[in-house]
Ligand binder design. Sequence first.
Ligand SMILES: Nc1ncnc2c1ncn2[C@@H]1O[C@H](COP(=O)(O)OP(=O)(O)OP(=O)(O)O)[C@@H](O)[C@H]1O
Length: 400
Amino acid sequence: MADPQTVPAIEFRHVDIVFGERRKAALKLIDAGKTRDEILASTDAVLGAADVSLTVERGEICVLMGLSGSGKSTILRAVNRLNEVARGEVIVRHEGCAIDVAKCDVTTLRDIRTHTVSMVFQQFALLPWRTVRQNAGLGLELQGLSTAERNRIVDEKLAMVGLTQWADKYAHELSGGMQQRVGLARAFATNADILLMDEPFSALDPLIRTKLQDELLELQQSIKKTILFVSHDLDEALKLGNKIAIMQDGRIVQVGRAEDILLAPATPYVAEFVKHMNPLNVLRGSAVMRPVRSLKREGSSLLLDASGDVRLRVDESDRPISVEINGDGGTMGRADAEEGQLDRPCDVIIAPADLRLRAAIALKRQTNHPILLVDDLGRLAGLCDNEEIYRGLLQRADSR
Ligand SMILES: Nc1ncnc2c1ncn2[C@@H]1O[C@H](COP(=O)(O)OP(=O)(O)OP(=O)(O)O)[C@@H](O)[C@H]1O
């Protein structure tokens, strides 16, 4: 059996999903490389997904993105077997074990649906005759919890999404944004590790939508769920996803981090999506930096400029110790990754490797000091200077 620690939350292995009677005939045509239209024409079966392989690690937000009908919901719904898989495996981490949801027995499936995988729907799916508290406790009812225990958990989750005052109201008394917060509270309440979110914010107006995205990201810091999220909006995908899978006609055409997709779209279809994106909102220092191994070293010092006037002394793990400018001692300041706020005036800036490029440019404009990027353990990862920033932006422009 696989080591429980290394079992990913979700893994699709060569998954085909076909809607219609003539599945076998359709599978043959998939293998022959036929398109969805060709398969439909000759078998009357609709190709939902073809040869989809994708791994979602624990704690990751993976966004399935693509045009309408590209197969996003089809794939998502295979995770709790709302869609039957014609071929392939859908592995879900359930109580530390890797279970193939496509083939497991109904008792295990029920157990997975009740305890491990929870779903948040686009149209909120609240029951009108139940109060907010009763709606949010629905999953817990299925788990067989007592009313007192249920209410304790639900009230905690309603507080998380800011709805404590609304617990005894009915769905129609709430705005759309509030109703979706109930949907979130209901999903959180079951304590499921995996959340399936099928365009959960797309029925909401843009302002509320942005607000809920921000809230989800903030909540994720503490709840650390594995989230499979469907969106047809690239802005939303890039904002939320640690990993983005782009789908076209039932197939995944590219998987990667936002910046991978932005810098190197794999196909013209992906390039079309990213064409209108502002790279400054997506790129981070680590994508453009000059890595530490290509900086010149002299003893325990790294040379930060061509002339060797600016030197950084590092320890044996490459953690910065001190800086020297033209032989004199200099100062190091720290900047945060999101805004690039400096904690003090300095000669050299130390920032996390995921420093936003927008923040890096603002820092260079304010100070023109070298920006050193460090990893989570404080070890030097690379240098992000004007040249690296320009190169990153040009590379992005060239890839269009
Ligand atoms: N239950 C079903 N029966 C028959 N065909 C289906 C079924 N569910 C999905 N399909 C078909 O499978 C294809 C993929 O649909 P899916 O809903 O996964 O797309 P999507 O990318 O989620 O689109 P959207 O953004 O519009 O929701 C479509 O052609 C759709 O008509």
